[in-house]
Write a protein that binds this ligand. Structure first.
Ligand SMILES: CC/C=C\C/C=C\C/C=C\C/C=C/C(=O)SCCNC(=O)CCNC(=O)[C@H](O)C(C)(C)COP(=O)(O)OP(=O)(O)OC[C@H]1O[C@@H](n2cnc3c(N)ncnc32)[C@H](O)[C@@H]1OP(=O)(O)O
Length: 292
């Protein structure tokens, strides 16, 4: 028995030695690890105290769980530091955000699907009810979830005329959840929302301006940033608590909807999105995007 033990021990030690030599060799031959690039950049202007939060997930800033988690953490951080305001924009020249990452909803294990949706819910709520002023500087296309992010800010300035924005969910065979609808309705009104959502219409920037989906159209990102700053500056003289409580009151329906229905909303999402018919629709939509 002792012999067996000794030889087993020798064998394992030998294996450990071999492993550590080969690990070192592998380390020498490996490239240095790629730097971890944040999916959301936050830069706070020293003078104005305004934070520029830039979505940075090339190529199209599709919203997956890690990006939504980082965005939620960034908003919490600004909240904790009593931020003066936030401008949400994109590092891409052509896309603000392509909306929810369809790969998070297609063929996804249930626990991941559930984590994805709850992250979206909580990040959305923290943006929608943030105590500080928020502006979306929409410097590219902004369909579906991208439009939701923009709608959740208090002011939208968009680079035009060539980019588009809207809630196009029905075109994908899915349904914009009630809180998406509330956001849209509060900005463009009931009638326009019904028309826009049932057809899944994407609006060009001039069309969006006409129906009030955006507040302003500019010709480049620099102009968008300047106008966003200007919007936030007007709150310098408004007492922050009065501002925050007023915003919560105006946005009460959306806030209460989410607080009271988080679990039901998750259940409806899971039931709907896991249906074979919806999965087939997402598969076909992904294929058309890839074929372009
Ligand atoms: C009661 C109801 C309760 C629950 C409801 C249940 C379900 C509803 C769930 C959720 C609502 C959904 C919200 C959404 O946001 S769904 C996403 C909708 N988004 C879109 O339709 C936009 C699709 N993308 C585009 O139109 C174009 O990409 C865009 C105009 C944004 C940019 O065009 P561009 O030419 O610059 O890039 P592409 O070549 O098209 O794309 C590059 C690359 O990226 C991939 N891609 C694009 N969009 C997405 C996306 N949203 N998700 C994942 N991947 C995306 C694209 O396939 C290309 O990939 P590759 O070919 O591999 O490079």
């Amino acid at each position: 028995m002792a012999v067996v033990y000794r030889s087993w021990k020798a064998l394992t030690q030998n294996a450990i030695l071999t492993r550590s030599v080969s690990n070192s060799l592998r380390l020498y031959s490996q490239k240095p690890p790629a730097p971890v690039v944040p999916l959301v950049n936050v830069e706070v202007d020293d003078k104005s105290g305004v934070a520029v939060v830039t979505l940075n997930r090339p190529p199209v800033n599709s919203l997956n769980t890690p990006l939504l988690t980082e965005l939620g953490a960034a908003i919490k951080n600004l909240e904790d530091n009593k931020s003066r305001g936030m401008i949400l924009t994109s590092s891409s020249d052509t896309v603000f955000s392509a909306g929810l990452d369809i790969l998070e909803m297609y063929n996804t294990p249930k626990d991941q699907l559930s984590a994805f949706w709850t992250t979206l819910q909580s990040t959305w709520l923290s943006l929608y009810r943030s105590s500080f002023p928020t502006v979306a500087a929409i410097n590219g296309h902004s369909p579906a979830g991208g439009c939701l992010l923009a709608l959740s800010c208090e002011y939208r300035v968009m680079v035009g005329p060539k980019f588009s924005i809207g809630l196009n969910e029905t075109q994908l065979g899915i349904v914009a959840p009630p809180w998406f609808v509330i956001c849209m309705r509060d900005v463009i009104g009931h009638r326009q929302t019904e028309l826009a959502l049932t057809t899944g219409r994407l609006f060009s920037a001039p069309e969006a301006l006409k129906i009030g989906l955006i507040d302003s159209m500019v010709s480049n990102k620099a102009e968008a940033m300047a106008e966003a700053q200007k919007f936030i500056t007007q709150f310098a003289k408004i007492p922050p608590l009065a501002r925050k409580l007023t915003k919560e009151s105006v946005r009460g329906e959306g806030i209460r909807y989410m607080e009271d229905n988080m679990i039901d909303d998750l259940q409806i999402f899971m039931d709907l999105v896991t249906q074979p018919k919806i999965q087939k629709g997402l598969e076909m939509y992904l294929a058309t995007l890839k074929k372009k």
